[in-house]
Design a protein around this ligand. Structure first.
Ligand code: NAI
Ligand SMILES: N[C@@H](CC=O)C(=O)O
Ligand code: NA
Length: 436
């Protein structure tokens, strides 16, 4: 059988990994796919570099349109990143009847609904395993492996850069900026690293997982997004003393009122497996009504781990390329005409537990004032830590872990606490999840 012809848009970190792995393992991949898969054309900004990377073996062009319009190309792999050019080229590829593979979570989380609709109308497949948790086959697990389940929640460390930063800061005492530079050097970070550190990249990935888990359209604009830039080293230390680790977690949960969709630093009990995921590694815990809890762990970023997922999609598409479109696996697991309109919950409605760090004047009665405010708000305290003020210090920290309450309830209580004359500055609030 004729080999499948692939056109690559972009040959940077993931593109070069895809080229190399496909080449290195071509025979084994062909035995699995039932026919050969070869990259025959690459669009690149730097064509000389692309020719060097592909050892002069493929046609290199400087315009992605030449790839998506080439009648010889069966599958277009979009590894440019970003929104506009990527969207334009992907939609053109689909309009030309080509299947698409992309690692671009920003694209899928924001333009996925439009792209999947166009693909369905054309009878082509759009696959994006590399877009979430890199090399971990979490899309396939949610979409196919767990298809029997009502998914209850999904929680994951889904940004390698921030997990790498948090781990290196904690273990080696390195500065934020130094570790971020290293993450960029290692090819983990996004072209714009604020996407990583402000939680946007994790929210893109979470948005995609929520759609597959709950059969809802992609709705990145409804996600609550907080990154790690406001985290203080002292919070990491206090959390450890109380038996917790702080991780940037993406959490999506089906509740009676709607679907939670939130990314923020989170205290997790140190005894949980996911709390011990370090460096650029990713991990996703899925709770389904039939399977219980399942944990998926592996490399979420980097050249070849991500290429592994891109190529898995190429094999899937190759296997199904000759099937009738109605036999394709739906991109979001649910049939497009069976999507639910379950609302995404505003953050103010979310119920969870909290870590509070309150900077106070070292005076009698301040603790009683704080606990009274919490009690009046029906927020109960689970654990408390009060730091002894250092020699000559007039202020100290009170750290409290609360039981579950609604976000708007804790916000109202925090406003009252901050209004106390004995409380200094803002109260630090970090959400806490037992994940059980
Ligand atoms: N690096 C990683 O670990 C992971 C990256 N991703 C995603 O994969 C995609 C690619 O990421 P990287 O390879 O890391 O980025 P990169 O910046 O290393 O590579 C992108 C390449 O595309 C080229 N490019 C930009 N515009 C172009 C255009 N119009 N035509 C042709 N080439 C163009 C750039 O010159 C560059 O060589 C992004 O969507 C990213 O979010 C997903 C998972 C992991
Ligand atoms: N920038 C991302 C790359 C993979 O998606 C990350 O750090 O996880
Ligand atoms: Na993946």
């Amino acid at each position: 059988m004729k080999s499948i012809k692939v056109g690559l848009l972009g040959i940077g970190t993931v593109g070069s990994g895809t080229f190399n792995v496909l080449k290195r393992n071509q025979e084994e991949i062909a035995r699995r796919a039932g026919r050969g898969i070869e990259i025959t054309m690459v669009a690149a900004r730097n064509t000389a570099r692309a020719t060097e990377l592909t050892r002069g073996e493929v046609k290199v062009v400087n315009d992605g349109n030449l790839v998506v319009n080439d009648p010889e190309i069966d599958i277009v792999v979009e590894l440019i990143g970003g929104y506009d050019t990527a969207r334009d080229l992907v939609l053109k590829a689909i309009a030309n009847g080509k299947h698409v593979v992309t690692a671009n979570k920003a694209l899928i989380a924001t333009h996925g609904n439009e792209i999947f609709k166009a693909a369905q109308e054309k009878g082509v497949m759009v696959a994006f395993e590399a877009a979430v948790a890199g090399g971990i086959p979490i899309i396939k697990a949610l979409r196919e492996g767990l298809t029997a389940n009502r998914i209850q929640w999904v929680a994951g460390i889904i940004n390698g850069t921030t997990n790498f930063i948090l781990s290196e800061m904690r273990d080696k005492g390195l500065d934020f900026d130094v570790v971020l530079k290293e993450a960029q050097r290692l090819g983990y970070a996004e072209a714009d690293p604020t996407f990583d550190i402000e939680g946007v990249d994790a929210a893109h990935k979470l948005t995609i997982m929520a759609s597959i888990a709950f059969g809802i359209p992609v709705q990145f604009d409804k996600a609550h997004v907080e990154g790690i830039t406001k985290l203080q080293a002292s919070d990491i230390t206090y959390a450890e003393k109380l038996g917790y680790r702080i991780k940037l977690l993406g959490i999506t949960r089906q509740t009676e009122k709607g679907i939670e969709l939130r990314v923020h630093p989170t205290l997790i009990p140190a005894s949980r497996l996911i709390a011990n995921v370090e460096g650029a590694m990713n991990a996703v815990v899925v709770r389904g009504d039939a399977v219980g809890e399942a944990l998926y762990y592996g490399k979420g970023a980097g050249s070849e781990p991500t290429a592994s997922a891109v190529i898995a999609d190429l094999v899937d598409i190759t296997r199904l390329a000759t099937a009738d479109p109605e036999h394709h696996v739906p991109s979001l697991a649910f049939q497009l005409n069976a999507m639910a309109d379950t609302p995404v919950l505003p953050m103010s409605e979310v119920v969870t537990s909290y870590y509070l760090r309150i900077r106070v004047a070292d005076q009698a009665g301040v603790l009683a004032d704080v606990t009274r405010i919490l009690a009046d708000s029906t927020i109960s305290i689970d654990a408390m830590l009060q730091k002894e003020p250092g020699e000559g210090e007039q202020q100290t920290d009170i750290i409290m872990l609360t039981h579950q309450t609604q976000e708007k309830n804790i916000e109202a209580a925090i406003a009252k606490i901050e209004a106390l004359s004995t409380v200094v500055g803002k109260v630090t609030k970090i959400r806490l999840e037992e994940l059980s």
